[in-house]
Design a protein around this ligand. Structure first.
Ligand SMILES: [Zn+2]
Length: 165
């Protein structure tokens, strides 16, 4: 297995792969959907949702909406950039858990020009934000510091509190 392939599951042991695969097959995918209201901070609300609902692991399936204020961190930048004017949210993707969220977004302005990047605090809903989320209850997304990147990165482990059958 290449070093850069990290699932959090111990692939050295064939039995743990099999166990994880069997667990995954048995899992019924649970989904939920929500609408964020005007003024809501996208990142903060999704962090709150994960904590409130004790989400072990989840992925955003899709989202549409608009922003009155937009703060994105562009690729390779340390600081975020505030975008002028209202924006349409074209895509919002990411992973959520009680350990934290990792969100990326692409938006377009009044001229239809697109920008995109890492979602930081300060992305405020203008009219609405409709989001569908898939829960992955048999996994746990942890966030641990990775010296190689200097960021807290995703660590995927089996969710021990998930029922066996
Ligand atoms: Zn990112």
């Amino acid at each position: 297995m290449p070093d850069n392939f990290s699932t959090g599951i111990n692939f050295d042991s064939q039995s743990s792969v099999k166990k994880a695969a069997e667990k995954a097959v048995k899992t019924t995918v649970k989904t939920t959907a929500l609408r964020l209201l005007p003024g809501a901070d996208v990142r903060r609300e999704l962090e709150n949702l994960a904590k409130l609902e004790q989400i072990s692991a989840a992925v955003i399936l899709g989202a549409v909406g608009s922003l009155s204020q937009t703060n994105l961190r562009f690729a390779g930048q340390d600081e975020h950039t505030a975008l002028a004017g209202k924006q349409e949210i074209l895509t919002l993707s990411g992973m959520l858990s009680v350990a934290g969220v990792h969100l990326h977004m692409s938006v377009s302005n009044a001229q239809g020009e697109c920008r995109g990047g890492h979602v930081v605090y300060g992305c405020l809903v203008y009219t609405t934000l409709e989001i569908a989320i898939a829960l992955i209850p048999h996994l746990e997304f942890q966030r641990t510091f990775d010296a190689a990147t200097g960021f807290k990165e995703l660590k995927i482990v089996p969710n021990n509190s998930f029922p066996e059958s």
